[in-house]
Design a protein around this ligand. Sequence first.
Ligand code: PEP
Length: 253
Amino acid sequence: MKKFLIAGNWKMNKLASEALDFCKELAAQNLTNAKDVAVLVPFTDLKETKEGLAGSGIGFGAQNVHFEESGAFTGEVSVPMLKEIGVDYCVVGHSERREYFAETDETVNKKLIALLNAGITPILCVGESLEVREQGGEQTFVAGQILADFAGIPASEAAKIVVAYEPIWAIGTGKTATPEQAEEMCAFIRGVLSGNYDNATGDSILILYGGSMKPSNAKELLEKPDINGGLIGGASLKIDDFTAIANAAAELG
Ligand code: PEP
């Protein structure tokens, strides 16, 4: 049976008080697949998110982390800080961080290793720009990101990383990749991982699609064989939309 993860990326949205209300309401939905659902929230919302979701089985996490344990890194948050709060997940390498905050494959790789060492599941984002796709270079580009980001990580640890394929041209634009485009790239990523490690590792890695996923297109994306779920931005901010996407996965699971 295919495994799923439906993860909501709130980005820089929701006050802590709003997070508490939202998470209590989400918990009250009694999702049948709660353990396959998570919300990824601003640092300031982590405590209230945990409180609101308590006992629901729904996971939660952060959207970024620093790779050093502690030190003179003003404004940053470390893995031990996230660990103490009890997060399940942390997003790494989102295209917005790569574009606006100078995230590189090198820092992404260090963050993945730091999170894995602490037992926190990384959700690694990869994906090409419109320019790269229009030139037909999307597979080369994404394979390059995958190989650089997984560098030096052994198969046993690599299997714990969740990969999210997020074509930049589909994020927050309302322009979803077609299910065929999404499946083609997710299958390609699985092939790159299988080639870099082995088939068992490639098969066990969860590969999500992200980019304007919403209730109206979730089912056709989620039913593709190499798509194990979604990383959902805009639609994760509304209880009804997020719940509908989680339910679509539950029906396929
Ligand atoms: C995202 O930010 O990860 C994302 C997929 O956003 P949206 O769903 O709004 O396109």
